[in-house]
Design a protein around this ligand. Structure first.
Ligand code: AHR
Length: 314
């Protein structure tokens, strides 16, 4: 029987000792937070998949704070869970706690986001998207779309959480793609912390500082949706006066794309739960798993969003 324990701030709940007294695998999972539509869909996928697989899930929401994740992981080690999985808020600073898990012989799976540890024996596998490729596909679409436009093409960028793998990698991939033509110029770049509220706030500041923005590249849909509110409040038409590119393809983003307010979305799938549970079972059984499992993803134009929306799962 599965028991899903939801707790905040690294307090993972549950009893001391491994498991629930039966033979089910106990998985301690530390989630980033609830900052976006993507994250909500990701949490749901993990909770539902654990239940379907008969895996006992201890779940902690880190509220976008690394110290909460470290605390949650230490709690899972103390409870002697069978497997630990987590989606690291930021890339750096994990070696000590990962070493503690390794010393306790508890296998660790990275989901969604990478760590920058030089020692890859500190975790079993990393399942998630290719964030560099998402940024690159976004930039390549822009280069093609604006092929005949005269320069300069002035871009503002809403970055994800500072120091996180998706923020670092999407920036890198996008930057590499637009370097194909020097007419593309990033005139402002700031974190919107992957949230709608912060995306709106930062876009307001961008609009006040610059009256010549051609393009917005937002590292996720939620920040793009917040920015759309700011653009409309400034009397501009999103998708027309300012071309908007985002990443994720959650339902609200896809709706804005279908409505013509966003111009292009690179997909990032949050549905990692089923594959994660398979990996949990495999590492628990001592099987060898691939060190990297990359999620399959696509991209969407406005026409493609209209077709995909009716059957979109999240
Ligand atoms: O790590 C995945 C990213 O985190 C998603 O793109 C974003 O929406 C989320 O907050």
């Amino acid at each position: 029987m599965m028991v899903a324990t939801a707790a905040a701030c690294g307090d993972s709940g549950g009893s001391e000792g491994s498991g629930s007294g039966d033979d089910s695998i106990v998985l301690g999972f530390s989630q980033v937070g609830a900052e976006s539509g993507w994250r909500t869909a990701n949490t749901k996928s993990i909770q539902e998949s654990a239940e379907e697989a008969g895996i006992e899930l201890k779940f902690a929401d880190a509220q976008q704070k690394q110290e909460n994740q470290i605390k949650a992981i230490r709690n899972y080690i103390a409870q002697r869970v069978d497997v630990i999985a987590f989606s690291p808020v930021v890339e750096s600073g994990w070696d000590t706690v990962l070493k503690e898990a390794k010393d306790a012989e508890i296998p660790v799976i990275l989901t969604d986001r990478a760590v920058d540890s030089a020692d890859d024996t500190l975790y079993e596998t990393f399942i998630g998207s290719d964030f560099v490729q998402e940024g690159r596909l976004s930039g390549e679409w822009l280069v093609e779309e604006f092929a005949d436009a005269p320069g300069p093409v002035k871009i503002v960028e809403l970055e994800g959480t500072t120091g996180s793998a998706p923020a670092n990698d999407r920036k890198q991939g996008f930057g590499e793609a637009i370097a194909a033509d020097p007419k593309f110029e990033i005139i402002a770049s700031q974190t919107g912390e992957f949230t709608r509220a912060k995306g709106k706030e930062v876009m307001e500041a961008f609009l006040q500082a610059h009256n010549d923005i051609d393009v917005l590249f937002a590292h996720n849909d939620d920040m793009g949706l917040g920015a759309i509110e700011a653009i409309e409040a400034a009397g501009l038409v999103p998708g027309q006066d300012i071309t908007i590119i985002t990443i994720d393809a959650v339902r609200d983003g896809m709706q804005a794309l279908a409505d013509g307010k966003i111009n292009f979305i690179a997909e990032c799938s949050p549905l990692l739960g089923p594959q994660l549970m398979e990996l949990v079972e495999q590492v628990h059984a001592g099987e060898t798993v691939p060190k990297r499992v990359v999620t399959e993803e696509t991209t969407f134009t406005q026409e493609q969003a209209k077709e995909a929306l009716p059957t979109r799962e999240y």
